[in-house]
Ligand binder design. Sequence first.
Ligand code: ADP
Length: 209
Amino acid sequence: MELSNRQQQIIEIVKDNGPITGEKIADRLHLRRATLRPDLAILTMAGFLEARPRVGYFYTGKTGSELLTEKIKEYRVHEFQHVPIVVKEHTSVYDAISTMFLEDVGTLFVVDDSACIIGVLSRKDLLRASIGNQDLNAIPVHIIMTRMPNITVCRKEDLLINVAQKLINNQIDGVPVVKDAQAGLEVVGRITKTTITKVFVELIRQDDI
Ligand code: ADP
């Protein structure tokens, strides 16, 4: 976040004199309190300053990157998950490949009739099955998928940073977001490397505003 000169001056004043009221900050800058209001709101919202009613402004002592880190650590799966793209276990490899193209995803989740996870199909799983002259319409995906219980999943309340760590540790491109259901783990979303990349870019963009 780029701070304006005035915002930097405010931070310096609060650092040296806090707790200090908005009125007094304004006096020191020879400005009216109303003129400072937007700057104080931005600095408080961004976490540089803390406002206590009837006491005044404190400097939190946090740097821009500390605040950014804090923000990332609070992100949870449900804020960012996308719609899952699923197929059934008897879907052919041919149809699964078509679905991957049509839906523009790199990972498909294989579910049973209750929408519960039973497998995962990656691009390489489908490529591997396609090598040679096999009839791809005749091979059902359950033969080639990675199956439960070996599937890494996450839940909507999980921290996004922990899911990103799972993607790295397990060298996978995506995980299904699941919830407990009677028949197993129902697939309700997906988090992929693309999700994490989007969050990363958005964070930096927000920070520039
Ligand atoms: P690609 O194979 O296209 O590089 P991945 O790295 O995601 O894509 O997949 C590598 C292997 O891990 C594949 O065999 C795939 O079935 C499996 N896999 C993918 N996602 C998961 C997951 N969430 N849990 C367990 N295994 C997975």
